[in-house]
Design a protein around this ligand. Sequence first.
Ligand SMILES: [Zn+2]
Length: 94
Amino acid sequence: MRARTALLLASAVPAVLTAAAAALEAGCWELAVSRHEIRLSPRPRPGCPDCKGEGGWWSEGPYPGGEICWCWDRPTHRLRLLPVRDPWPDEPPF
Ligand SMILES: [Zn+2]
């Protein structure tokens, strides 16, 4: 029973994360998930009246530079994932 539940969760989590990533990439946030953290990074707003979704203004030439638009200048949110403690440390892995 426990193995079936774990298998069901393992198959459901990527589908949920894929759906969430697709939903957030369409907006103004980017979701990145790794085994160490979940990170929400700001993206330029597609409907921004100032930068028109480009995220800023860049110049080229001998003195390249740029300016980030106000719609992209937001903090990144990180949630650190702690390692899972082994519930059966004295049993062999297989
Ligand atoms: Zn903008």
